[in-house]
Design a protein around this ligand. Sequence first.
Ligand SMILES: [Zn+2]
Length: 160
Amino acid sequence: MIPHVFSHPITPARERHFVKFDSQRHKLYAMEREFFGHSINTHVKRKDLKEMSEWMCYRWRVPAPKITFFYSKKTKVFGYADEYVGILLNSSYHGANYGTLIHELAHWIKDIRYGTDDEDHGPLFASIYRSLMADAKLMPQDCFDLIAKRYGVEVAEEQE
Ligand SMILES: [Zn+2]
């Protein structure tokens, strides 16, 4: 069953979110497949994911999102974030882990702090994502830069 959260009526803002140009998306997904591979830790406690989200948002001076866990094999969506629903994590597709949470948090922080004009997976997103990965001790920044370069993913300067 498709979870209730996906049945929200589409507002103009959400529609824009889906149709807008997002040129780096597939490069970024390919890059993630390399660094997460099969090593995703899916045995993370929900409480720990929520704590990490609160800590990261505190550091970026944005309100923490509501985090909702759902279980669906029908959608290939691991996680989802927007300013209306917060962050959704799909526990059936390994969404309930630090990597997916950090990816979605990078969307959340970008949209809340810098607005939604920039591409969803553009250089600004990649820059925030890189900082979060380093802060969570999942990947040092120079390592992220090396892999990003290999996949042709552009990363903006570090954000204040
Ligand atoms: Zn994304």
